[in-house]
Design a protein around this ligand. Structure first.
Ligand code: PMP
Length: 425
């Protein structure tokens, strides 16, 4: 292990992050399980990229079969890309009928921002102050924590607004958020930069997935529309049925975005991502910018992405996300009744967690405790993480086939770890 860590830093440079104080060296995966080099089995409660399960046989077979026949770029004609885009756009509102496939979510968001610029002729972007949208030069400036130590940054082109936080900020229907968006729109217009786009994850997953009433984004979408701006929903994490009630999280939030960005789960680990939008926006983008991506939309990627849709449908995994997510929330609420350190329970389909606080009245974040819990769970063979502005909320986001027995194992272990981990150290 020490050898691997030393080689990593020699070969990859400093600040390459690993999970856990005692990193896990995994060598094999199957469904919701991964194994380390010593043969120890871990329950994966974290990874949303192997959406339909690690090494899903249907996806692996589809990749291998297509790789044996042909893999090339999209300057040749090939049905698979068209068949996939047709099927993908069929899961959206009728207006969202065209797509570009990319290799990463970052690229998808980068394109979306350029589409907004092409349509509005303006460059002012609005994002929340606790978000992450990716790692290109443009997109990295949307994350406050990501702003590089060197370079010029985006200056006044990006305006950050308060991220929703249902535990501390009262905004059950999204009116406060919409007013903050409105103020940022006005500031962009007044500065002369002009308002181009609001980019948000519809479930605010990186921000800590606050509880929100259905239709929460409607007041915000109206403000964006009135200002002739573009609403970009970054569904890199929230899409493909994870929220349980809908295939896309923006549908749960009651809005039809102008652009939707996809990634992570789309190819079950194969690097395929994309941007879905309306024909008029696509026309303006394709006219304003010449765009080509060597790997994006290649036949092997399309075969992987198609197999993911087949697997989701044939196993009804969206329904599983709704069912297991609801049971998870019940379990966490029961734990909260016995463990004072749980201040709030949150859940949206197959993504759930608990916010830890030192004190229920002041709601002061128990961030170090959250870190200890995550590391103790790893020692117990359960992989999960933490997130949110204060990094004090458990992030539990397993592959979609996660079942009742897996949930029982997770919750029994969490109960034990919460009992054994000191809150104040
Ligand atoms: N958007 C969101 C909401 C994300 O969580 C991430 C990755 N964590 C990205 C975009 C970037 O995706 P990628 O790493 O594929 O570039």
């Amino acid at each position: 292990m020490e050898d691997l860590i030393a080689r990593r830093s020699a070969l990859l440079g400093p600040n390459v992050s690993t999970f856990y104080d005692d990193p896990v060296h995994i060598v094999r995966g199957d469904g919701v399980w991964v194994w380390d080099a010593q043969g120890r089995k871990y329950l994966d409660c974290y990874n949303n990229v192997p959406h339909v399960g690690h090494c899903n046989p249907r996806v692996v077979d589809a990749i291998c079969a297509q790789a044996r026949v042909l893999n090339t770029h999209t300057r040749y004609l090939h049905e698979l890309l068209l068949d996939y885009v047709e099927r993908l756009t069929g899961t959206f509102d009728a207006a969202l009928d065209t797509a570009i496939l990319t290799c990463t979510g970052s690229e998808a968001n980068d394109i979306a921002l350029r589409m907004a610029e092409a349509v509005t002729g303006k460059r002012g972007i609005i994002a929340t102050d606790a978000t992450y949208h990716g790692n290109t030069t443009l997109v990295s400036h949307l994350s406050r924590s990501n702003i590089p130590e060197v370079g010029y940054g985006m200056g006044d082109f990006v305006r950050h607004i308060e991220a929703p936080d249902s535990y501390r900020i009262d905004d059950p229907d999204g009116h406060r958020f919409a007013e903050n968006v409105q103020r940022a729109i006005e500031a962009h217009e007044k500065s002369g930069i002009g308002f181009s786009a609001l980019i948000i994850c519809p479930l605010f997953l990186n921000e800590g997935f606050p509880a929100q009433n259905p239709g929460w984004l409607k007041p915000t979408a109206e403000r964006v529309k009135q200002a002739s701006g573009i609403l970009i929903c970054d569904e890199v994490q929230s899409g493909f049925g994870r929220c349980g009630s809908h295939f896309w999280a923006h549908q749960k939030q009651g809005v039809v975005p102008d652009i939707v960005c996809l990634g992570k789960p789309m190819g079950n680990g194969h690097p395929v991502a994309g941007v879905v939008t309306q024909s008029e926006i696509m026309d303006q983008f394709r006219t304003a910018f010449r765009y080509f991506n060597t790997f994006g939309g290649n036949p092997v990627s399309c075969a992987a992405a198609m197999a993911v849709l087949d697997e989701l449908e044939s196993k009804d995994l969206q329904a599983n996300a709704a069912k297991i997510g609801k049971m998870a929330a019940d379990h966490l609420n029961e734990l909260a009744s016995r463990h004072q350190v749980i201040g709030d329970v949150r859940q949206s389909g197959m993504v759930f967690g608990a916010e830890f606080v030192l004190d229920q009245t002041s709601k002061s974040p128990a961030s170090k405790f959250a870190n200890r819990v995550v590391n103790a769970m790893r020692q117990e063979g359960i992989l999960l993480s933490k997130l949110g502005r204060h990094k004090n909320t458990l992030k539990i986001r397993p592959p979609m086939p996660f079942d009742e027995a897996n949930l029982d194992q997770l919750m029994t272990t969490l109960d034990k770890v919460l009992s054994e981990t000191p809150v104040l150290v």
